[in-house]
Design a protein around this ligand. Sequence first.
Ligand SMILES: [Zn+2]
Length: 422
Amino acid sequence: MTEHDDLFDRLWTGAAPMEEWTRTVSGGAIKPVADGVVAIHTGYFFGNAAAIRTNVGLVLVDSGSRETASQTLAALRRWDDSPVHTVIYTHGHIDHSWGARLLDQEADARSTARPRIIAHRNVLYRFERYDATHGLNSLVMGRQFNQPGYVFPDGHRRPDEVYDDQLALTIGGVRIELAHGRGETDDATFVWLPEQRVLVSGDFVIWAFPNAGNPRKVQRFAPDWAATLRRMQTLNAEVLIPGHGPAVSGEARVSQILADGAQVLESLTRQTLERLNAGLSLNEILHSVAAPANLLAKPYLLPKYDDPEFVVRNIWHLFAGWFDGNPAGLKPAPTAELASELAALAGGADRLAQRAASLAAEGRIRLAAHLAELAGSAAPHDRAIQTTRSKVYEKCGSTETSLIGKAIYAVFQREAETLAAS
Ligand SMILES: [Zn+2]
């Protein structure tokens, strides 16, 4: 058994953290998975790529993140120096599509043809949306990854060819089948190599709880995501190259990671729909739906990036729109007015803040956050109140498991600290 296989076994059982795998691939690593097929890794948070040798050049599935695409390309070139004939985007997210511009630059420098880029039709609409919402995306991504000053890329490399439901290609003698499904995005493609029995899933598999609830992103599609994982299961793939994390080898393991991902999304969808149909409010649903604990404990379904509670919200939104069932929220008063009114009733904004601090000390952080926020809205320039507010969000972040949740709390903790110091 190779060292790498040993690490994989420990990742699979949860004995090794994903950071250990990231260390082994950082700088760019090639992992052969079948004859003429490799996975290219640069670390957990950076999208994987896959490369396929053909008689007319290389086919790439995805092209790497802005941060590491040059490593992706360098690793590819250590393996094979042939021209890149075709690039398939599994979806238009920048951690998968950004690197295409490097491939264009390389082709120009070598005076060879630029690669043909193929994607689902909705990638075109995504890039139009990115152009229309550049400021929003910079803000949202900066908050999601807790990177103040983050600037979202522009000049997205558009696909040259798009398809709708499925597309079967033969490129340089290699059969390559593309199929569309909705999941994290509406523009997703999974790629199947029937001769090698290799499945390239894109972000349908990410070695973490499915990112189907992201608070500030456009609609995600948990039920469709589950259905697409079930379709992938019917392929009986021998190897799965996921969007993030190590490749999975062996039919049984591939089937299990697909089935477990489907099952947890099916469960959340079923529970949410039952309650929607029974007329419960969003708040009641959030506090009564839970992901099955045995699935949440799987090393490849840990809620370390997204949070199942956010996914429940997104399922609500998919079926039921934005109104959460609380009539006071249908046409709300300005937040500062409501906060001032409640602060006056409580005997002052500082009373709200004091109660927030004691609730936080008792571990009742959800209630503490409500009161701290009301206190801060009623008296935004009160330094003591802002200090309490920052401590409450620090506590919220320390008990949060998801990267997105932690980052959002950290942003508001920092905002309160700045106000407290001003
Ligand atoms: Zn990704």
